[in-house]
Design a protein around this ligand. Structure first.
Ligand code: ZN
Length: 110
């Protein structure tokens, strides 16, 4: 059996030293934000003044970062307690009235 790959002979030819690699920064996709950037955007997020693009970035970050989900919850509570949040329910979120109605109905049916 002679199935060795020819490439094996070329493996050690790249110098062996990593000193020349100056690009140590992890490559970051242009459409991702860091936790710090999230923190800076989150108040605007709850005030609904983010641009569609930033809004998209924030929501994408929330999908993959538990820490920021927790942080966002705290900010939401803070903003709500300050009364700065507009009375309109956030898009995709049932209003308090709807929730109350649902709860009543559930209580009756049991
Ligand atoms: Zn994060």
């Amino acid at each position: 059996m002679n199935s060795r790959r020819e490439k094996l002979t070329g493996v050690n030819e790249s110098g062996g030293s990593q000193l020349t690699s100056s690009s140590d920064e992890p490559r970051r996709a242009a459409d991702e934000i860091t936790c710090q950037e999230f923190v800076e955007l989150v108040t605007d997020y709850f005030e609904g003044v983010l641009s569609p693009r930033s809004l998209n970035l924030v929501e994408e970050h929330l999908v993959m970062c538990d820490w920021c989900v927790t942080y966002a919850d705290q900010i939401r509570a803070t903003v709500a307690s300050l009364g700065e949040l507009r009375s309109e329910p956030a898009p995709g979120e049932p209003s308090a009235a709807v929730l109350a109605a649902l709860q009543k109905r559930r209580e009756r049916s049991e």
